[in-house]
Design a protein around this ligand. Structure first.
Ligand SMILES: Cc1cc2nc3c(=O)[nH]c(=O)nc-3n(C[C@H](O)[C@H](O)[C@H](O)COP(=O)(O)O)c2cc1C
Length: 375
């Protein structure tokens, strides 16, 4: 894929259209993908985090999905530099982030996160908290030093997500995104590889979706009816990149339908390369199938504007710029509704402004050195 002159004029036309997500109107189709940055000591996002997000809103990102932020459950995380979405000081910090993004003309949604069995006991912010998950299995299939969740644990985590969602609305955010992707807690329930439960929360695709659907329903209950609830999910898991939740569209529907029924307004289908067809016999990518199966607006993601997927970023590698003609074609066909951009926006706060004004020649390749600062 190369950058052509036609993509310059088409980009503004296609990406600049506003879109309604429940009660929220997003001014254009460009979304900042959630990216953990670890610049929030004590779990408190400070002025540098405010400025980081506001810079991207000012340069035309329509919707910012924040980095994953821990819900108020002691086992939710394993870093004292990842922002938390509970506690007075932490929420006061977040309120200022939302205010700064709004002042810059953008919209912003926190990504609510619980890492489940990925946690290593002994790590902050709550060193004594055990790792918990559906069956006490880590994503690589080994037994961790954690435990299978009890009824009490399930209720506590459902409550923590609901409280965080209520706090998001109260502190001025425009919606919430539930992190149900990449092998973290909600995904550990969705995926047969980590969910071996024999109670109502394990079994077939619908049974395994029950926990996430109950979280969605609990969130829906505490926020206003028009407050958007986004659900991010993926086939792939951290460390198990060829894992699949669903081998067929029918299996995918069994996962997505209960979530939609519970109150998801928008699905965010996380893939590493947006142009890859998800199932044989169709060009549709995962977001395309999600939209077709649920009728809900969807967000696509994965190597937008870059040649080389983000695993290379974790391996410390860069990625050259790539054109977006194919992406624009798919948006024009309404295969999906919004486009999340990760590394390209991490690298360059001006990415959206450049794309919306056709300045493709000014786009920068991704350099992993960008991870070191919050510029
Ligand atoms: C540094 C970094 C941190 C990330 N942190 C998160 C995260 O907190 N939550 C999440 O859902 N995805 C996370 N991701 C995945 C991105 O949201 C995105 O899906 C991925 O980078 C692919 O998009 P890209 O090819 O445009 O970078 C992260 C990716 C990177 C590079």
């Amino acid at each position: 894929m190369t950058i052509t002159a036609s993509s310059a004029s088409r980009a503004a036309e296609i990406l600049s259209r506003p879109v309604a997500l429940n009660g929220l109107t997003v001014p254009n189709r460009i979304v900042m993908a959630p990216m953990t940055r670890m610049f929030s000591p004590g779990g408190v996002p400070g002025e540098d985090v405010q400025a980081y997000y506001a810079r991207r809103a000012a340069a035309g990102v329509g919707l910012i999905l924040t980095e994953g932020t821990y819900v108020g459950h002691e086992s939710a995380g394993q870093s004292d530099r990842v922002p938390r979405f509970h506690g007075e000081e932490q929420l006061a910090g977040w309120a200022k982030v939302a205010e700064a993004v709004h002042a810059a003309g953008g919209t912003i949604v926190p990504q609510l996160w619980h890492i489940g069995m990925v946690r290593k006991q002994g790590e902050p912010p709550f060193a004594d908290a055990p790792a918990v998950g559906p069956s006490g299995l880590r994503v690589d299939g080994t037994e961790g030093t954690g435990r299978a969740m009890t009824r009490g644990d399930l209720d506590d985590v459902i409550g923590a997500f609901a409280e965080a969602a209520a706090a998001a609305e109260r502190t001025g955010f425009d919606g919430v995104e539930l992190h149900g992707a990449h092998g973290y807690l909600l995904d550990q329930f969705l995926w047969a590889g980590t969910n071996r439960r024999t109670d109502a929360y394990g079994g077939d695709h619908v049974d395994r979706t029950k926990f996430a659907a109950e979280i969605v329903a609990a969130v829906r209950e505490v926020v206003s009816p028009d407050f958007p609830v986004i659900f991010r999910y993926s086939q792939w898991k951290q460390e198990v990149y060829d894992a699949r939740l669903a081998e067929t569209p029918e299996e995918l529907e069994a996962v997505l339908a209960p979530l939609a029924a519970a109150g998801v307004d928008v699905f965010h289908a996380s893939t590493r390369r947006y142009w890859q067809p998800e199932f044989e016999g169709s060009d549709l990518n995962l977001a395309g199938w999600t939209k077709k199966l649920t009728g809900r607006p969807t967000i696509t993601v994965g190597s937008v504007g870059l040649d080389g997927d983000f695993l290379r970023a974790f391996a410390g590698e860069g990625a050259p710029v790539q054109g977006i003609d194919d992406l624009l074609d798919r948006l024009e066909r309404d295969e999906f509704d919004l486009v999340a951009v990760g590394r390209a926006l991490l690298q360059d706060p001006q990415w959206a402004a450049k794309v919306l004004s056709g300045r493709f020649d000014e786009l920068k390749p991704y350099d992993p050195a960008a991870l070191k600062t919050l510029s």
